[in-house]
Write a protein that binds this ligand. Structure first.
Ligand code: HEC
Ligand SMILES: [Cu+2]
Length: 319
């Protein structure tokens, strides 16, 4: 097991990023074993086949000799040796599986909420972030659920992947052995923006995780509302669908729209004021902007009132 605090230089292999969790080296060694075994038998079988094709090709005047029907020694060998190899592979794989399914008794628990197409990681104090921040060298357990379809949380550097299913909880655990940032992705096709369902895993050096959590949770206490709103706007995933530069994405842009009249799909129009923004965040499907599809997820229960206020202040400031 490699412990690399302050690491960052990735000395991964041709196949994988550097192993960065306590279970990763187990996965890698079994993978390398199966890969070398397959390569060995591929070369052996295809090589012999080519040699035999040339050596025993049909020549003029050839008369077929009566073939013996079988060879006991050969048949026992080619059953027993692969049998032993398969049992070994199963045994190693199953031990690794048990380790990865059984978290240690003391874990730091983070809840994961997946939805089309973003991640929400909730820390024990209630704070929610779009990136997964974790402490270095401490077992972390994720309890995960989905709001809509099946997603799958995959952290290649940790060699862990688990499906996230609506209506039930699944979990995974890992112990980061390297500080730095690692990509996290959805590995189960979940709609048009599946490939954009990305986040970072940030492994904080010992002692700094708590400091980060404290600061991130008190965003509203330490920053003016407009600035806090700006951070929430990107951190909570609004920026995936809304721009602040006037160009439309999945949702309308917010540049210079505060106070203007906007038309809705039902033919009426509405003034873009505080109440409308608040309602759009909590019940986005109640009034849908003309020209857009009703795909915005509700943030009810996920954004607190002061956070919504800060976002409103930020949208107001976009002249
Ligand atoms: C998956 C894409 C998506 C995400 C994420 C998203 N929105 Fe939306 N939003 C939309 C779409 C599409 C509309 C237009 C349809 C509608 O009104 O429901 C919209 C409409 C709105 C409106 C009404 C705007 C208008 O001009 O009528 C507001 C306000 C809003 N979103 C705020 C937010 C905030 C704040 C967040 C983050 C907390 C957010 N949205 C996250 C897609 C999204
Ligand atoms: Cu997904």
């Amino acid at each position: 097991m490699i412990l690399a605090e302050g690491g960052g230089s990735d000395n991964g292999s041709f196949w994988f990023p550097a192993p960065s969790s306590s279970n990763a080296s187990q996965v890698d060694s079994l993978f390398n074993f199966i890969l070398s075994l397959s390569a060995f038998f591929f070369v052996l079988i295809v090589g012999l086949m080519l040699i035999f094709v040339v050596r025993y090709r049909r020549r003029p005047g050839y008369v077929q000799a009566p073939a013996s029907d079988h060879n006991n020694t050969l048949e026992i060998l080619w059953s027993v040796i692969p049998g032993i190899l398969t049992i070994f592979i199963f045994f190693r794989g199953f031990m690794g599986y048990l380790d990865m399914r059984t978290p240690p008794s003391e874990t730091y628990e983070i809840k994961v909420n997946a939805k089309k197409w973003s991640w929400a990681f909730q820390y024990p104090n209630g704070y929610i972030d779009n990136d997964l921040h974790i402490p270095f060298n401490r077992p972390v357990k994720l309890t995960m659920t989905s709001e809509d379809v099946i997603h799958s949380l995959f952290i290649p550097a940790f060699r862990t992947k688990m499906d996230i299913v609506p209506g039930r909880y699944t979990s995974m655990w890992f112990d980061a052995t390297r500080t730095g940032e690692f990509p996290l992705l959805c590995a189960e096709y979940c709609g048009t923006k599946h490939s954009e369902m990305l986040a970072n895993v940030v492994v904080h050096p010992s002692g700094e995780f708590e400091k980060w959590l404290e600061q991130a949770s008190n965003l509203l206490a330490t920053l003016p509302p407009v600035e806090a709103g700006k951070i929430l706007f990107t951190r909570r995933g609004c920026a995936q669908c809304h721009t602040i530069d006037g160009s439309a994405r999945t949702g309308p842009s917010f540049k210079g729209t505060f106070g203007t009249k906007q038309s809705l799909t039902d033919g009426s129009s509405i003034e873009m004021d505080e109440n409308y923004i608040r309602e759009s965040i909590l019940e986005p499907l109640k009034k849908v902007r003309a020209g857009y599809r009703p795909v915005m997820p509700s943030y009810k229960g996920q954004l607190k009132d002061p956070e919504i206020d800060a976002i409103i202040e930020f949208i107001k400031s976009l002249k």
